[in-house]
Design a protein around this ligand. Structure first.
Ligand SMILES: [Zn+2]
Length: 464
């Protein structure tokens, strides 16, 4: 049975699993119908689980397959998810989109990045409460455009602030605005935020200045990891590119440099630019896991890929780059819109019109539909919630390798918490050796495959 399974395409093996019954499992079927992991765990019959837990597992199971039992790990995962959903009234009721990053990647929750510092180089930031409460973990902020020590730009919710707020919270947010549910994999890590530009536009020179600032301040903040969800504009050989050489210098000084590989994989030219193309950087491509823990649903995102001008395999690994939960920037029109839509979504039909009337100018399509019946307002509300990818009034789904890179940075923070002696080279080797190849996709696109946080941390612990 197992050999047969290996040779099948994902669709065929899915069909095979569709027929899996409790009897098959008892007879030695070793693939869980929900997560598709081969497991030696005991299987748990659904019939013994509580009704709401059973519903939640079904809502997150692939397609409409019939199954009677799931692995113990899935039961544990969804029990945790259920607790969070009960605690957080803001969560969507139908259970369809409940998955957080740690849940989807099955990260090892013994490690939270405690006492490890990640520096983020980005267009701008915001002190989001998921980073600042209950303890402020923003231990350093530098705006390279202003005088040293000037914090004013950190508190301005402008367009440039969005990107870095999202990357830093994806990695190190503690999910404070969702009772801990939409947390990153390193919710106790410290962060240092380096603002590189006045707008979203970042140049190669900006990134290099940022890295040089990190080198000068590495000891002051104990910076171990640098996350760069930005790239240059041209392919360059590292041999004569100043930014690539700065990356190499950083790695030689003990910094692990994590770079987003870019989002141009759907185009004929999809090269990887510096800094991701530097040999010692860890370049991260995109996984599309369809917001599911089922491994047979995994596919590639349209991330850029090499080989580079120097012939290096880039990306080295991939991580979720779509359906990534990220915070909404407070005090913006988007935040107002999300808040109104959530309120309407929960309201009774006979309240919809008055709520829209009390909030003019927030959602113009609703303002214009005030003379329509409630069911039509409902349709607009549902459409807007999905168009804007709102999850709750505080979080939305985002995509791009800008968000895969911080997921990898957060796993590295766990690894360094587990074993602070690891060098950047050892970290890269562990990530590569524990990654899992996606069947059916070229090696050039995915490198060594999907990051496996649990195994990476396990190997970090054993490394001496
Ligand atoms: Zn399972």
């Amino acid at each position: 049975m197992e050999n047969l399974n290996r040779k099948m395409t994902p669709t065929e093996s899915l069909q095979l699993q569709r027929a899996t019954t409790g009897a098959d499992i008892a007879a030695g079927e070793k693939v869980c119908p929900v997560c598709s992991r081969e497991t030696r765990d005991e299987y748990v019959p659904l019939i013994v689980l509580e009704e709401d837990l059973r519903q939640l597992i079904n809502a997150n199971a692939p397609d409409t397959r019939e199954f009677q039992a799931v692995c113990e790990r899935c039961v544990r995962l969804f029990e945790r998810a259920k607790e969070q959903i009960i605690k957080d009234a803001a969560m969507q009721k139908d259970g369809s989109h409940v998955l957080s990053t740690p849940l989807r990647l099955d990260s090892d929750e013994r490690f939270t990045g405690k006492d490890v510092t990640i520096a983020f180089l980005d267009s701008g930031f915001y002190p989001h409460v998921d980073l600042t409460t209950p303890d402020n973990r923003i231990i350093g902020y530098r705006n390279l455009l202003d005088e040293n020590g000037d914090l004013s730009s950190l508190f301005q919710p402008d367009a440039a602030s969005w990107h870095g707020m999202m990357t830093s919270v994806v990695a190190a947010g503690n999910g404070g605005l969702s009772n801990g549910f939409y947390r990153g994999i390193a919710p106790d890590a410290n962060v240092v935020l380096v603002k590189l530009a006045r707008t979203g536009r970042i140049t190669e020179r900006n990134i290099q200045d940022g890295l040089e600032w990190v080198l000068e301040n590495q000891a002051k903040y104990s910076i171990k990891i640098v996350n760069i969800s930005a790239g240059g504009d041209f392919e360059q050989s590292y041999l004569n590119d100043p930014l690539s050489q700065t990356v190499e210098k950083c790695v030689a000084r003990g910094l692990t440099i994590v770079c987003a590989v870019g989002n141009a994989g759907h185009l004929p030219n999809h090269p990887v630019f510096p800094p991701a193309s530097a040999p010692s950087a860890i370049a991260v491509g995109g996984l599309d896991d369809q917001n599911s823990i089922n491994r047979t649903r995994r596919g590639m995102y349209r991330s850029s890929y090499g080989p580079t001008l120097d012939g290096f395999q880039k990306p080295e690994i991939i991580a979720p780059s779509i359906w990534v939960p990220a915070p909404i920037l407070p005090n913006t029109p988007t935040a107002q819109q999300a808040s109104l839509l959530e309120k309407l979504d929960k309201a009774e039909d006979d309240q919809l019109h008055s709520i829209v009337r009390e909030n003019p100018g927030v959602e113009s399509e609703l303002d214009a539909a005030l003379d329509r019946p409630a069911y039509m307002l409902r349709q607009i509300i549902a459409l807007k919630l999905s168009q804007e990818s709102f999850i709750t009034k505080h979080y939305k789904y985002v995509d791009g390798t800008s968000f895969s890179a911080p997921i990898v940075s957060s796993v590295i923070a766990q690894m360094l918490e587990a074993n602070s002696k690891l060098t950047p080279q050892q970290i890269k080797r562990i990530l590569i050796s524990t990654a899992e190849r996606l069947p059916g996709y070229e090696v050039d696109r995915q490198g060594w495959g999907v990051i496996d946080p649990r195994q990476a941390v396990e190997k970090a612990l054993l490394f001496t």
